[in-house]
Design a protein around this ligand. Structure first.
Ligand SMILES: Nc1nc2c(c(=O)[nH]1)N[C@H]1C(S)=C(S)[C@@H](COP(=O)(O)O)O[C@H]1N2
Ligand SMILES: [Mo]
Length: 202
């Protein structure tokens, strides 16, 4: 008898989570949960802007129309929330942070994403460059719903989803790290789901 029959193997893999896609301690969902601290801001597009400020000689600012005119791309990625849900193949459209920082000279090694409503999250610059982070304004081919961060949110899919700040309005470039909201409330400073960096000290 062969050690593993074909039928058995196929049935088993059908029932298994795709282990290379689902980080430890996570489970898959089909819906798209909403996780928000506080009320959902409603900023009119005419008042919306995206700014890059801090350790930069000339701060940058785009209004909504200007931002829409930047080169954008479709991004298909798995996302992982620290509350343990993961969602595969989410599809977004947005502008990469590389595009926004193109030509920017800075000595900064960290960024803080800041948002309408006051939420902040901090990241090493090297986690938002090299095609790892986007300012996303569409999800599933539709304008991003306000409950999911519309008109635009940060998308950093390789880190836990609290780093993907909703209603983002800009990035502050910093020489020294400065913890954001969850990072100063016991959550891990970096949040790599593949290393289960959930809480400070993990
Ligand atoms: N501005 C803002 N961004 C935020 C949050 C928030 O409360 N406010 N929650 C974070 C957390 S903990 C998660 S898991 C995701 C949830 O995004 P979703 O509601 O689109 O699923 O947004 C992140 N970004
Ligand atoms: Mo979260």
């Amino acid at each position: 008898m062969p050690p593993v029959s074909r039928g058995f193997r196929r049935r088993e893999s059908d029932n298994q989570l795709p282990a290379d896609r689902v980080p430890p301690g996570q489970h898959l969902v089909d819906d798209f949960p909403v996780l928000t601290i506080g009320p959902t801001p409603q900023t009119p597009l005419a008042e919306w802007s995206f700014e890059i400020v801090g350790a930069i000689d000339e701060p940058l600012r785009w209004g909504w129309e200007e931002f829409q005119a930047l080169p954008s791309e479709t991004i298909t990625r798995d996302i992982h929330c620290v509350t343990s849900w993961s969602k595969l193949d989410t599809q977004w459209e947005g502008v990469s942070v590389d595009t926004l920082l193109d030509g920017v000279e800075t000595a900064a090694e960290f960024v803080v994403g800041f948002c309408d409503g006051g939420y902040e999250t901090n990241l090493p610059l090297e986690d938002v460059t090299d095609r790892q982070a986007w300012i996303a304004f569409a999800y599933g081919g539709e304008p991003l719903e306000s409950q999911h961060g519309g008109p635009a949110r940060l998308l950093v899919p390789h880190l836990y989803f609290w780093k993907s700040a909703k209603w983002i309005r800009g990035l502050r470039l910093l020489d020294d790290d400065a913890p954001g909201f969850w990072e100063s409330h016991g959550y891990h400073n970096r949040g790599d789901p593949w290393h289960e960096e959930r809480y400070a000290g993990d």
